[in-house]
Design a protein around this ligand. Structure first.
Ligand SMILES: [Fe+2]
Length: 301
């Protein structure tokens, strides 16, 4: 019999709250969370889609599982395709739908082979642990929406910046904010769908108003205490004022970007010991935060 590949592992982080990460890779590329209530369990992000996440979650809960995405990036929604329905902020739905139908499970197998520990590499094949990016029902979220799990309520807070529709989900019961990529040590604001920095600041101030409700921020890649919000506001303020460190770097999409805070030599950490950092494009600091969408002819498939 073929050995089992340990695609995922789960760790209890609070009452009826688990952090799920990939286990076949040797280190975690992305994190998602399963928060269980009386009536259903909320799956906050679904990471890469490597391994049947629905089947794994069903070993952790017998409640119905409802997926919600903190934003529409594929390292946060890849596992959606094991489900029929997901929730995401209305401003990120177009970006999500743009990728649907374009990725086949074999491509994800190839991605998995590149990430897997040596002993699992040759065992990976396009079986039920992988899913095509088939169309699925996407339900739109707005700021202030609440997931009422029966005995706990988790609220949607809009913290657009990294993407226009990035959200943070606050669980007051456990004093955890599930923050995706909204505010972390490498907050990328260099994407075409990232918001202008001034809009990001406005949204950080909205999160600041709620800071008294959470102690920890469990993100899509990293975990911080709530004070990182203050570092973010301070750093973004310096970017807007033009007094940040403005360190040139090559962005994830290949074009030049700036890091707001200088890092240690050959390392990821900030040179001044603080934790929040961000990239940005110098031409996109102020500028319109267009809530309205522009509809163009669909691109050729
Ligand atoms: Fe992201």
């Amino acid at each position: 019999m073929k050995p089992e590949i340990p695609f995922y592992k789960a760790e209890v982080i609070a009452e009826n709250s688990r952090m799920i990460s990939n286990a076949f890779t040797g280190h975690s590329y992305a994190l998602c969370y399963l928060v269980e209530g009386r009536d259903y369990a909320l799956l906050i992000d679904s990471i890469l889609g490597i391994g049947n996440l629905k089947a794994f979650c069903e070993t952790l809960t017998d409640k119905p599982i409802v997926p919600v995405n903190t934003h529409a990036h594929s390292d946060h929604f890849g596992g959606n395709f094991f489900f029929d329905t997901c929730y995401m902020h209305h401003r990120d739905i177009a970006a999500f739908q743009d990728g649907v139908g374009k990725v086949k499970k074999q491509q994800i197998v190839d991605l998995a082979k590149g990430m897997a520990l040596e002993e699992y590499r040759d065992l990976l094949e396009p079986d039920d642990n992988f899913a095509d990016w088939d169309p699925m029902k996407v339900l739109p979220l707005y700021g202030g929406d609440v997931f009422d799990l029966g005995d706990r309520k988790i609220e949607v807070v809009e913290v657009g910046g990294h993407t226009a529709g990035s959200i943070v989900l606050i669980d007051p019961l456990t004093r955890i904010a599930y923050s995706g990529d909204a505010c972390n040590g490498n907050t990328l604001l260099e994407f075409p769908d990232s918001l202008p920095i001034a809009s990001y600041m406005k949204n950080l101030l909205r999160l600041k108003e709620r800071q008294g409700e959470f102690d920890k921020m469990y993100g899509g890649h990293e975990i911080f205490d709530a004070s990182i919000v203050d570092e973010a506001i301070e750093t973004v303020g310096r970017v807007i004022a033009g007094t940040d460190d403005r360190v040139e770097a090559k962005g994830i999409l290949g074009y030049p970007v700036f890091y707001a805070a200088a890092k240690v030599k050959d390392g990821y950490e900030r040179a001044d010991g603080k934790r929040f950092n961000m990239t940005y494009l110098p031409g996109k600091i102020l500028g319109p935060d267009r809530e309205a969408q522009a509809f163009t002819l669909p691109r050729e498939q």
